[in-house]
Design a protein around this ligand. Sequence first.
Ligand code: AMP
Ligand code: MG
Length: 399
Amino acid sequence: METLESALALLLSHAAPVPGRETVPLSCARGRVAAQDIASPIPVPPFDRSPLDGYALNSRDIAGASRERPVRLRVIGEACAGCGEHFSVARGEALRIMTGAPIPEGCDCVIRQEDTDEGMEYAAIYARVSSGENICRAGEDVAQGACVMRAGERITSAHVGVLASLGVTQVNVYARVRVALLCTGDELVQPGEALPYGKIYDANRAALTARLSELGVQAHVLNSEGDDPEHVAAALQRAAQDADILLTTGGVSVGKKDIFHSVLPRMGAQRLFWQVAMKPGSPLLCGLYEGKLLICLSGNPFAALACFELFAKPVLARLEGSTERINPRTKAVLRGAFAKKSRGRRLIRARCEGGNVYLTGENHSSGSLASMIGCNCLIDIPAGSDALSEGEPVEVIWL
Ligand code: AMP
Ligand code: MG
């Protein structure tokens, strides 16, 4: 039986970034994974500029200026952000300048207007400023040639803003990962359909599709094939033609309807492993079909979602070319108590905030979904642990 870590390592060893690349407009780049380093073609800002409203001048002209002994300078004009006019300021002169306007020739500082009389033709300067003061230098934000984004980084809105400030219009990114999702089970009906006795609504399809969408992945959702191994095998074989990874739920345990033990051989998939020493999701079954990973999650909704986070999400990130850290761990203090002993390793859903971790519900069973709401982490309880009491240190895995 695998451990969480060994199972994940095995999966990752079969997950190489998808080969495709595409160039997308910057406006569509957020959430994609960069396939190129981007170095800045220009300094940002492109010129020395004023960070405030005041006067640009030569610091030597106002060396002795004070409220009591103002220095009077001739104002040669007015520069606003974007006005584009070149100014040259001589000794004894000043330029009225607004935030964002270029520092004119002949000036080595800016004085804020509050320290002047704000005069139009002549300005009285009431304070001194030293050379270089109140100048925002060219390249202060991004130096020309500096790398602002590395291949493998997931592009955030901040990246997009920085790239826009460099004048970049498009980015080369990894192709989107194509995920086929199949939720199996004779008992499943879709929301909107009638609910005959003994049936349940399919929660996994909706939850996993939504979670994939949160991660920027659009799933190809296959019709449920019930618990018919032949149909399921055929559906997965077909879907694999246009997918980079196959995800299923249901049918991986030890019951009569746990069809995936026969689906894998039927479709000619190689089994990588079955079962992981943890709760929930211990019957996780994984294989390879034509070089593509097949991750078969338990049908129990919490098990399906937790194992999606722990196994499928890191694999997806790898397929997307991402180098980000997935599911980082942190230590936290348990608030509330967890009354059960844990003979084997157990992961329970919780919400971590400011170093404290709170249980998100009473029902910790794999079949219960409701307490996933508000959950942002799993508490990782080692095998052989006693009940956990209030205030105990625990380790959590961020989701
Ligand atoms: P299985 O993994 O197929 O043995 O299913 C385990 C439990 O999860 C059973 O109670 C199923 O009815 C339930 N289950 C299976 N698939 C789903 C699903 N898609 N949505 C909600 N519950 C499910
Ligand atoms: Mg089943």
